[in-house]
Design a protein around this ligand. Structure first.
Ligand code: TXA
Ligand code: MG
Length: 327
């Protein structure tokens, strides 16, 4: 059956109906499109893993309809409660996911057997309309096949997944996935860098980074994520002409430079704005991946603010061994 792409009230109603029937549906969020299913229904969770070809050791993010749900799905100490209260006061609804101890309400399947659960609230108005009407938490990983680039448009979801319905909310605002943090002894560990940067988080608690200033990696997070099919190489600066004679080489550039001899180029932000670069990143990777190239040469962006998350996605995209694709 072909995937339907719908908008408006009719799409919201259809999505809620599918969710009530234990089905899955792709919904826009402010970060990337998600593949949503009832977080409290294991049959729906099984479908999410199956549709994405996602291994069951990779835990899902649970999206909440309202802050009131937090105390039902997660447990925390008084100290943690204070920090969490100020974090969600500032960043929810929005692109911040918090890993907390889970309650009995959340099944082992949702969290891949961990005793923690990752929770967030999306700010996307269509997502909010669906989850408010559904009135239960939604598990929603990014709506791509496992190991592939997260979709930032409804059309990209349709290319990725075989599902009945994608609710179209246009291009997503941030373009990269939410920041994932875990509270450890009153400090915040960034498990996945994202739109809420460490510079924004230090105001609320000390932020712990792995040696070398890199974020600490999540248990379920493999290096082989966000991957185009084409081989990708990252350099500090892309040269004006490719040093790869004979092959079809594409360039993924941060700002405007005049290049010669590349088969295709994409510029993430002509005004060198990191927010705009993040919003364009996955779509640009997807487009270059469709050009039949032998190699994509990408350049790092400045490793500050949102640049940390962009460089993280670039590293992961380049690290994947194309001969060992999963799913
Ligand atoms: O922006 C987003 O977060 C999107 C939208 C759809 O909400 N969702 C998303 O989900 O990116 P997903 O499943 O593609 O990525 C979830 C990440 C994974 O890296 C996973 O390992 C980590 O969150 N995660 C989930 N539960 C965790 C837990 N209990 N402990 C540590 N990491 C966890
Ligand atoms: Mg994902």
């Amino acid at each position: 059956m072909p995937t339907e792409i719908l908008t408006g009230e009719i799409a919201v109603d259809r999505a809620v109906q599918l969710l009530r029937d234990g089905g899955v549906v792709a919904l826009p969020t402010e970060t990337v499109y998600g593949l949503a299913g009832d977080a409290l229904n294991d049959a729906a969770l099984v479908k999410i893993f199956a549709v994405k070809a996602r291994p069951t050791f990779d835990p899902l993010i649970v999206h909440l309809p309202h802050n009131d749900w937090l105390g039902r799905v997660a447990k925390f100490s008084t100290l943690e409660q204070k920090i969490i209260g100020s974090l969600i006061g500032r960043f929810w609804p929005g692109p911040l996911t918090i890993v907390l101890k889970k309650t009995e309400m959340i099944s082992d399947l949702a969290v891949a057997g961990l005793d923690t659960v990752a929770v967030r609230r999306s700010a996307n108005p269509i997502f909010c309309a669906v989850i408010e009407k559904f009135a239960r938490p939604l598990a929603a990983p990014s709506a791509n096949r496992f190991g592939r680039i997260s979709p930032t448009t409804a059309q990209a979801v349709r290319e990725e997944l075989d599902i009945p319905l994608v609710v179209d909310g246009g291009r997503t605002t941030h373009g990269i996935e939410s920041t994932v943090v875990q509270l450890v002894g009153g400090a915040l560990e960034i498990l996945r860098p994202g739109p809420v940067t460490s510079e924004m988080l230090v105001e609320f608690a000390p932020v712990k980074l792995a040696p070398g200033g890199r974020p600490i990696s999540s248990p379920g997070q493999l290096l082989s994520h966000y991957s185009p099919r084409t081989k990708m190489q990252i350099v500090a600066r892309v040269a004006k002409t490719p040093d790869h004679s004979g092959g079809r080489v594409g360039a993924l550039l941060f700002g405007p430079i005049e290049t010669l001899g590349f088969t295709a180029t994409r510029q993430l932000s002509l005004r060198r704005d990191l927010g705009e670069a993040a919003a364009n990143l996955f779509q640009s990777m997807r487009e270059l991946d469709g050009e039949g190239l032998d190699l994509i040469v990408a350049e790092f962006v400045p490793e500050i603010g949102l640049g940390v998350a962009i460089n993280d996605r670039l590293r992961r995209a380049a690290s994947f061994d194309k001969t060992e694709r999963v799913g």
